[in-house]
Design a protein around this ligand. Sequence first.
Ligand code: SF4
Length: 320
Amino acid sequence: MRLVDDTLVLSPSDLTGAVACAHLTRLERLAARGELSRPERSDPVVDVLSRRGAEHEQRQLLGLAAEAGKRVVTISGAKKTRADLTALAAATERAMRDAADLIYQAAFFDGCWQGQADFLERVDRASDLGGWSYEVSDAKLARSVRATAVLQLSAYTEYVTRIQQREPENFAVLTGDGLRHTFRVRDYSAYYRGVKRRLEQVALAPPSEALETYPEPVEHCSICRWAERCESQRREDDHLSLVAHGYAPLRRLCLGSDRSCGEHAASIALRPSTCWARPLGSRPTIGKIKLGFFWSRRRECREPPLRPDQHLGAPPLPPR
Ligand code: SF4
């Protein structure tokens, strides 16, 4: 996501971010608009992975181009302005109409979305272009196919469909173990449209209508550039995720939302009179959360022992 000539332009990688965390989309939008500075994250592991990813892509290119001496067209050029993006998209469309066997780094731009697919492979299936059409494939270093790859390929397929006026049957992921994984476009198009709609609700809505989000901890946090900021916010809010066993679905059930909740809210949520009346799960689970909360408070605050009459000082026994 970035501002191009004062217009917010989205890309398929934003789809993968939106799947991982809605709050990430919100922060990226603020950063793209210059309202927040985007933290730099230097991670040697990510650098190595990205270098290996580029090598894998080159190997795949050589392999695909070698098949029957294909005519390969590479799309390259600057991507800074709308004019740059429009020129690259036009070059891709020209190569498609000229029936290139393989188009490398095919670029797309529709004014709001941009994308760059690793490969467009020509297939003998008639379309608006003539007696041929194109299917998308992407090189991924991982040995298994992730949902994020499927989303990206669905986005590229949407662009290709618009140009050739015929939806491709398949797209493919070329994984790091040398295998080709082929997927039917129609099996994933509804999923793709749903994720895209959700992303646009957060990224493109006017500020007054944008969805509120909270940095609820997710798996992606471990590699996210915003991790430090989000962690500080959770600590500042005394978020229930800091409690052992305070896992997300139960937090939402306890509080009716995944917004922050301090010690007071947690104690209310875990109080028998409010908690047991709700369908929150098993009594042992609630007991575990209460115990986790108790110990995390004690450890964090380094306070003197709680008095027996204090609410959380009471042993976390489930009521009868
Ligand atoms: S650090 Fe975690 S919660 Fe924050 S934006 Fe990244 S993924 Fe989302």
